[in-house]
Design a protein around this ligand. Structure first.
Ligand code: PAF
Length: 276
């Protein structure tokens, strides 16, 4: 496995590869990321993983500074998962000059997480497009845990005619249902026990929807109240269309329940698809 830090070296290395499958990450890898790598292997012999904590997608008061950077441990994991190349650029490699050209994401990027993290999806879309242009993979794998991110990336690739197939991977969960996330390690032991409640609320909504209840606003409000009574600070609980991420139209059957909420200082997101 090669660890490459510069764009020019990476381009030179990949020129000999007929097909590449790509997994973009911010590092601090857990089983969820390694599952994306496994899926990437189904699509190409050469798997490239990028590790870059992208400053452009963090707000001024967010956790960019404390986001865990564990390159050596990440490389050890990737080596044992058959990854050909790790691309770990520095900020100066990826942003050699102020990034004035950016991707304007679709309107949906202003809603859900976008309403609470202004500019986040512009930062994500811009870095993902840069990485896709640098790596030029045939396939790129993203987790469904970041459901809105996956939607924005799919829209960007479609509307900007980027020649890559985007593959969405199911969320990996701990035994108690908590979605795996690098941010889980910010949780205290008590918070970690409580954290599974977010998933339980999504399951409850999923169950109620399947039982034929369609008062979405009421279901969202009930879940928000339950979370608040457990001392969560809730950004949103929302039932949306899987296809558009907008509020479902009458009779729409493929839904997704999304939530974002803070436990102490840690912001967690999760979602569950529901097909009626
Ligand atoms: O999901 C992530 O880890 C990041 O948002 C991504 C896609 C690597 C872009 O920085």
């Amino acid at each position: 496995m090669q660890v490459i830090h510069t764009v020019s070296e990476l381009r030179q290395r990949l020129v000999v590869e007929p097909t590449v499958a790509f997994v973009p990450t911010m590092g601090n890898l857990h089983e969820g990321h390694l599952d994306l790598v496994r899926i990437a292997h189904e699509h190409a012999k050469c798997v490239v993983v990028s590790i870059f904590v992208n400053p452009m997608q963090f707000g001024a008061n967010e956790d960019f500074g404390k986001y865990p950077r564990t390159l050596q441990a990440d490389c050890d994991k990737l080596r044992s998962h058959g990854v050909a190349v790790v691309f770990a650029p520095t900020e100066a490699d990826l942003y050699p000059q102020p990034q004035q050209v950016t991707v304007e994401p679709p309107h949906i990027a202003q809603e859900l997480c976008g309403a609470f993290r202004p500019g986040h999806f512009r930062g994500v879309a811009t870095v993902v497009l840069k990485l896709l242009n640098i790596v030029q993979p045939q396939v790129a794998v993203f987790g469904k845990k970041d459901y809105q991110q996956l939607h924005v990336v799919r829209q960007m690739v479609e509307q900007l005619n980027v020649p890559v197939q985007i593959v969405g991977a199911e969320t990996m969960r701990a035994a108690d249902g908590l979605a795996l996330s690098s941010r889980n390690q910010y949780l205290s032991p008590i918070e970690r026990t409580e954290a599974t409640f977010l998933y339980l609320m999504l399951m409850e909504i999923q169950h109620t929807l399947k039982n034929g209840v369609h008062d979405y606003a009421q279901l969202e409000e009930t879940a928000i109240n339950a979370l608040v009574s457990h001392e969560w600070q809730v950004d949103y609980v929302a039932i949306r269309s899987q296809k558009t991420l907008l509020s479902p139209t009458a009779g729409e059957r493929d839904l997704v329940v999304l939530a974002a909420a803070r436990l102490g200082k840690t912001r967690l997101i999760d979602n569950l698809e529901v097909s009626l």
